[in-house]
Write a protein that binds this ligand. Structure first.
Ligand code: TYC
Length: 126
């Protein structure tokens, strides 16, 4: 419905008549097709583990700095993860959505290359 007053163009008014959500307007009259909360499926994003790999050249302190600055770890945890990677060869730094994991891998790799360290950081689906 559109209301008009002299000399001005007015917008149609909007009325919210019902708070129910319908799949389409044909189903408006059919209560069995009302979408209920249990019908709504939420697709969770796939998650990715970011991994650090051991090598013989990257200084331990550099790895701890990376774990603190890129993966928001406090020093004792960062030191523990670094030692884990050092002893076992590989370790998980965190689990993130695709773009966040990809960004962290890029930041770690670029920071290491800038210092000419061979530190390897990869990601894999959780
Ligand atoms: N092994 C390295 C050293 O002894 C330290 C290190 C730890 C390197 C973890 C990489 O992901 C790494 N200096």
């Amino acid at each position: 419905m559109e209301t008009k007053s002299k000399g001005t163009i007015s917008q149609p008014r909007l009325y919210i008549m019902d708070t129910k959500i319908f799949k389409n307007m044909d189903e408006y009259e059919d209560d069995t097709n009302v979408i209920t909360k249990s019908d709504i499926k939420i697709q969770e994003p796939s998650m990715y583990r970011v991994l650090l790999h051991n090598d013989d050249y990257t200084p331990m302190e550099f790895v701890v700095d990376i774990l603190e600055s890129v993966f928001n770890m406090r020093n004792p945890h960062a030191t523990q993860i670094m030692m884990d990677v050092h002893q076992k060869g590989i370790g998980v730094c965190g689990v993130y959505t695709y773009e966040i994991a990809e960004t962290k891998v890029a930041i770690v790799t670029e920071s290491a290359r800038k210092e000419e360290y061979p530190l390897k950081c990869t990601m894999e689906q959780d």
